[in-house]
Write a protein that binds this ligand. Structure first.
Ligand SMILES: [Zn+2]
Length: 70
């Protein structure tokens, strides 16, 4: 019976550390995405003002490279 408990404990620890490393790895990517996603941009091929996302919902054009680099 104690063997099962230890096995369960072990699985929980592995799962938690997996989630921890996954969120550590993922966080910078998410921040970058959020920043560029918040800006409005005008689609160069159809002139539609895209408020959200990096792809024009009207014609599917991708967002052009940033004008000003920081
Ligand atoms: Zn477009």
């Amino acid at each position: 019976m104690t063997y099962l408990l230890w096995l369960f404990f072990f699985i929980v620890i592995i799962f938690l550390s997996g989630v921890f490393f996954w969120s550590l790895k993922r966080e910078p990517d998410e921040n970058e995405l959020k920043e560029s996603d918040l800006e409005e941009w005008n689609c160069p091929s159809c002139g539609f003002t895209v408020q959200l996302g990096t792809e024009c919902i009207y014609c599917g054009e991708k967002k052009p490279a940033e004008k000003g680099e920081r």
